[in-house]
Design a binder for this molecule. Structure first.
Ligand SMILES: NC(=O)c1ccc[n+]([C@@H]2O[C@H](COP(=O)([O-])OP(=O)(O)OC[C@H]3O[C@@H](n4cnc5c(N)ncnc54)[C@H](OP(=O)(O)O)[C@@H]3O)[C@@H](O)[C@H]2O)c1
Length: 258
């Protein structure tokens, strides 16, 4: 792996949805390249485990229970980060929620839950942390969207729509906050084996099919997404903003050879 322990030395990073899956990997990989990590999600005991993994890398960690869709809790998490570390160098909006259901059967409350976590949560955290970054005149935001935001997804139309919205929010905010010294980029994973995904693909046959649909013929590993986040958060990406990096195992195409 090509990053050094100095790549993000002493940067202060907030990672949402850090209690498992890709968010956990982002938290731990950020610590390996020198960052201090504030791990946020709703389940504090799982976050404490991740915080211990960060500390095991010799970095500081804070575990904060926070629902990204709740403006008060988001404000509180940002305030506690600033109180503890004095600044925010990086915000990774990773928390996500999805269910698989035909649109004709999707309950309204599930639609609202996906929009609230996947899109409103990105707005609330970006606004609260962005105000701190604007005062600092520096900062980086990395949104974890999805390849589904480009291709759409049968059975997950709402989820795909929220991720497409995140990609365009990234583009707009990247342009809007460039004048403040803030970059805003997105990393769009393809299928990655995580606890959350295994709840959606309930059978080995569904997992095997998902792997076959990927041109590289396998699921991604959470660390492979974290490494793209580290690049977008590093000084090596200073000339990049408003962009979406796809880490998807290859682009989906309409026709298949087999
Ligand atoms: N895995 C994939 O194949 C894949 C593909 C493309 C994109 N992505 C995206 O990558 C991100 C992570 O995916 P994953 O597969 O690692 O997810 P996951 O295993 O389902 O974990 C979701 C994480 O988000 C947190 N979360 C959910 N709702 C929240 C809320 N309202 N407030 C705060 N935290 C919340 C959960 O923690 P708590 O339960 O503790 O709150 C958990 O840590 C998501 O944005 C997802 O859409 C994943």
């Amino acid at each position: 792996m090509g990053f050094s322990a100095d790549t993000l030395r002493d940067r202060v990073a907030i990672v949402t949805g850090a209690s498992q899956g890709i968010g956990r990997a982002i938290a731990v990989e950020l610590a390996k390249v020198g960052a201090h990590v504030v791990a946020c999600s709703r389940r504090l005991p799982s976050l404490e485990t991740v915080a211990a993994e960060v500390r095991a890398q010799g970095r500081q960690a804070l575990a904060l229970a926070c629902d990204v869709g709740d403006a008060g809790q988001v404000e509180e998490a940002v305030a506690r980060t600033v109180k503890t570390f004095g600044r925010i160098d990086l915000l990774v909006n990773n928390a996500g929620y999805r269910i698989r259901a035909p649109l004709e059967d999707l309950p309204r409350q599930e639609w609202d839950a996906m929009v609230q976590t996947n899109l409103t949560g990105v707005f609330l955290f970006s606004q609260a942390a962005g105000r701190v970054m604007i005062r600092q005149r520096a900062g980086k935001i990395v949104n974890v969207s999805s390849v589904a935001g480009r291709t759409g997804s049968r059975g997950m139309a709402c989820y795909a729509a929220t991720k497409a919205a995140v990609n365009v929010l990234t583009q707009s905010l990247g342009a809007e906050w460039a004048k403040h010294g803030i970059t805003v980029n997105a990393v769009a994973p393809g299928p990655v084996e995580t606890e959350g995904v295994l709840e959606v693909w309930k059978t080995p046959a569904m997992i095997a099919q998902a792997s076959r649909d990927v041109p590289l013929q396998r699921l991604g590993r959470p660390e492979e997404i974290a490494w793209a986040v580290i690049f977008a958060a590093s000084d090596q990406a200073n000339f990049m903003t408003g962009e979406t990096i796809y880490v998807s195992g290859g682009p989906r195409v309409a026709n298949r050879e087999d």
